[in-house]
Design a binder for this molecule. Structure first.
Ligand SMILES: NC(=O)c1ccc[n+]([C@@H]2O[C@H](COP(=O)([O-])OP(=O)(O)OC[C@H]3O[C@@H](n4cnc5c(N)ncnc54)[C@H](OP(=O)(O)O)[C@@H]3O)[C@@H](O)[C@H]2O)c1
Length: 349
């Protein structure tokens, strides 16, 4: 198969760097175009980017020129990880000009005609793209992935919703500093501290969860009716959002049944063998002190949600801990998997 050329908007940022790294040996996509802000445009990627990953900057991108975020010469398929202040306008301009934008930013996530996708959870929502194109008059289109905190929560909830139904969810997050981009949270604010506020995060987790678990009816998503309450905190962890979750289900399974449902869970990305799909989207650990970001965040190359400490909850019904890699499964890896789903479903032909 001839590889599809792709570009990155926001290539120099935390998520942009993950894209560059994950695209290095991608079997379907070939990275040929990079863009960032005016301060980076015109420089080589090596000059413009303060590379923060532990693996080396791929040789191929080092000498590539960084462009302005303007459509025209960019490839048709664009991964977007732009600063949220500019993401909406730039993504709209690219979609209007005929590009397929697979976005990380929150700007379009809750628009009724924009798919908010986790391919293991709601692959059928990709069908919103047809209506979007028709109704907006764009030659291109926009698909989105959820907030990095929503992903781990919803990956853990989706199998429970399918098997048992869910009434209520309470989630308290401990979110990594890389979730705030680079340079992110000042050292003096986060060192020896927990910050109990992340702007707009709780609202995003609550509304995105309902859209992701919603049903596609007559070409529109009917949000799921479960009640979701999120408490979001920033902690001094490099990568990986840890979440303490309590749920009230509509049925009364045992802890053992819950674990079995999670362990058995497979969906479209696994069936279609999409290149970025984890073989096991949910990994359940039995040790009493796992998952831990330090040891478990790269499970399945950072694409799995790792669950542990599953037990009864005296207030709701069950409680557990979930861990998900925020810049891989919560951002660049999520968008790659979305694009792979779109390719497999014929949206990139
Ligand atoms: N970090 C995460 O875990 C995570 C997870 C999910 C979603 N997201 C979302 O992904 C997006 C990127 O996040 P990040 O963490 O990678 O942020 P970041 O490290 O701050 O990177 C921001 C990127 O946007 C570019 N940029 C900034 N201002 C611009 C402008 N005026 N015009 C064009 N480009 C501009 C920057 O280019 P320069 O280097 O040239 O300034 C950089 O490439 C955000 O919308 C964020 O909400 C992040």
């Amino acid at each position: 198969m001839k590889k599809i050329e792709v570009g990155i908007l926001g290539a120099t940022g935390m998520v942009g760097q993950r894209f560059v790294s994950l695209l290095e040996d991608h079997p379907w996509f070939e990275l040929t175009w990079l863009a960032a802000s005016d301060k980076s445009a015109g420089k080589t990627y090596a000059e413009a980017c303060n590379w923060r990953l532990r693996t080396a900057m791929p040789e191929k991108v080092q000498g590539m020129k960084v462009h302005e975020c303007k459509p025209g010469k960019a490839p048709q398929l664009i991964f977007a990880s732009l600063d949220s202040k500019v993401a909406g306008e730039v993504e709209k301009e690219f979609a209007h000009a005929g590009h397929v934008v697979v976005s990380n930013s929150s700007y379009f996530r809750m628009e009724p005609d924009v798919p908010l996708l986790i391919p293991e959870v709601n692959p059928e929502h990709v069908a919103l793209l047809r209506a979007q194109r028709r109704e907006r008059g764009w030659k291109g289109m926009i698909a989105t992935n959820p907030n990095c905190t929503t992903v781990g929560l919803v990956m853990s909830l989706a199998p429970l919703q399918k098997e048992f139904g869910i009434e209520k969810v309470l989630m308290t997050s401990m979110q990594a500093v890389s979730g705030a981009g680079y340079p992110g949270v000042p050292t003096l604010d986060i060192m020896g501290n927990v910050i109990p506020y992340i702007s707009h995060e709780e609202e995003k987790v609550e509304s995105e969860t309902q859209k992701l678990l919603g049903k596609l009816v007559d070409g529109r998503v009917e949000p799921a009716s479960l009640a979701v309450s999120a408490h979001c905190n920033r902690v001094l962890v490099e990568d990986g959002h840890t979440e303490s979750i309590s749920v009230l289900l509509k049925a009364s399974p045992s802890v053992k049944e819950l674990i079995e449902v999670w362990r058995k869970y497979r969906s479209v990305p696994q069936e279609r063998k999409l290149p970025s799909a984890p073989a096991h989207p949910i990994v359940v650990r039995e040790e009493k002190d796992r998952p831990q970001a330090k040891f478990d965040v790269y499970t399945e190359h950072g694409m799995a949600t790792v669950i542990g400490r599953v037990r009864a909850c005296p207030v709701l019904q069950f409680k557990y801990t979930a861990l998900s890699h925020n810049t891989i499964r919560g951002a660049a890896g999520a968008a790659l998997l979305n694009a792979e789903l779109m390719k497999a479903e014929g949206y990139l032909d």
